[in-house]
Design a protein around this ligand. Structure first.
Ligand code: MG
Length: 206
């Protein structure tokens, strides 16, 4: 199936270069899949998002997918724990001609989120793809910093099946379960969890 889908889409040379660059740097090969990247680009375009917040930059693969469809005067703020990862991501976005659209905030995302609130920043789109233990917290922040109608997308919410494997009860799994349950049940959100790739959660703030 994967090969079939890959075969019908023209190679995205820029994104393939980024994937290779991430391997070259010895960074973890956990970028989103090409199909999820295309979905993110479509959602940014469809929603007309101007202010996008990404939690977890890694090497800039998803950053490119988000930034390339930003509305005019749009901006991507990307939170990344590690300076060296943010440097790689910045390099990749610059090579893609998107460097001016992105602002990296380095350090613990929790601290960056507090600062963004102090700066009274608001966002139209959130992409969560960072440490899973803090997914519930990141969701709370998205609700706090999100404009009405804002989209929230999150990666890895099925955790290769661990999320729904009742014999597993690690803090990480518990956190993702809490995240999924809130997404499904919170009256402030309209949402869906797609069993594609490693679990794609999509929500909209009402
Ligand atoms: Mg991920």
């Amino acid at each position: 199936m994967k090969e079939y889908i890959q075969s019908i889409y023209p190679q995205d040379e820029m994104l393939e270069k980024v994937r290779a660059g991430i391997i070259e740097q010895g960074m973890p090969e956990i970028s989103i899949s090409a199909g999820f990247g295309r979905l993110l680009s479509m959602l940014v375009k469809l929603s007309g998002a101007k202010q996008v917040l990404e939690i977890g930059a890694l090497g800039g693969y998803s950053g490119i997918c988000l930034a390339r469809e930003l509305a005019k005067d749009g901006k991507l703020v990307s939170l990344e724990l590690k300076q060296e990862y943010a440097d790689v991501a910045k390099k990749h976005l610059t090579e893609a001609g998107l460097g001016d659209l992105v602002e990296y905030r380095i350090g613990d995302a929790k601290d960056s989120l507090v600062l963004l609130e102090k700066e009274e920043r608001k966002f139209d789109f959130f992409f969560i793809d960072a440490d899973k233990e803090n997914y519930p917290l990141y969701l709370e922040w998205a609700l706090k910093l999100g404009n009405p109608g804002a989209i929230i997308a999150a990666d890895n919410t099925l955790m290769r099946g661990r999320t729904y494997d009742e014999s597993i009860d690690s803090p990480t799994v518990q956190a993702v379960r809490r995240f999924n349950e809130q997404l499904a049940q919170d009256d402030r959100l309209q949402s869906t969890l797609l069993p594609a790739f490693d679990g794609i959660s999509l929500a909209m703030i009402k």
